[in-house]
Ligand binder design. Structure first.
Ligand SMILES: [Zn+2]
Length: 59
């Protein structure tokens, strides 16, 4: 019982760390398809929308 609880906590922590690392990699994000990029684009390479914004802007 206690072991499973500990394991779940570690997985949660890992997921949070992975998310933070991804956010640091993607300095820019497409608002249309939510793809993240290290560089800014006038048009999203993924979907072509002109909605690539810096991820540093908090919602
Ligand atoms: Zn896009």
């Amino acid at each position: 019982m206690g072991l499973f609880r500990k394991l779940g906590k570690e997985v949660e922590q890992f997921k949070r760390t992975a998310t933070e690392a991804a956010a640091e990699d993607g300095a820019y994000r497409c608002e249309a398809c939510e793809a993240e990029f290290a560089a800014e684009y006038d048009q999203c390479p993924e979907c072509g929308a002109e909605t690539v914004v810096p991820t540093t802007v908090e919602e």
